[in-house]
Design a binder for this molecule. Structure first.
Ligand code: FES
Length: 87
């Protein structure tokens, strides 16, 4: 999965979101900090690949929800999806 680490997302707390994912490694889902994803202002942005599911405004305390429900359970967390791409 990709966690934006560019300026705007960093201001919104993206470093802590990346750290939260790195603290709970999941098989089949590597974690990488990336440059800007072109969605500045809706961050911190998280993009799950290869699923192509985007999450917006993710806070560190919400990371475990994504891990449990999506990465381990196979069901995206609807309430946290990025509405621009998942309406
Ligand atoms: S800085 Fe994160 S999407 Fe642009």
């Amino acid at each position: 999965m990709l966690v934006c680490q560019n300026r705007t997302c960093l201001k919104q707390g993206a470093a802590a979101v990346l750290a939260a994912f790195q603290a709970e490694p999941i098989a089949n889902y590597g974690v990488t900090g990336t440059g800007c994803m072109g969605q500045c202002g809706s961050g911190p942005m998280v993009r799950i690949v290869p699923d192509e599911i985007w999450y917006s405004q993710i806070q560190p305390e919400e990371v475990s929800l994504i891990i449990q429900h999506h990465l381990l359970g196979g069901k995206p967390v609807k309430a946290m999806l990025y509405p621009k791409f998942h309406s």
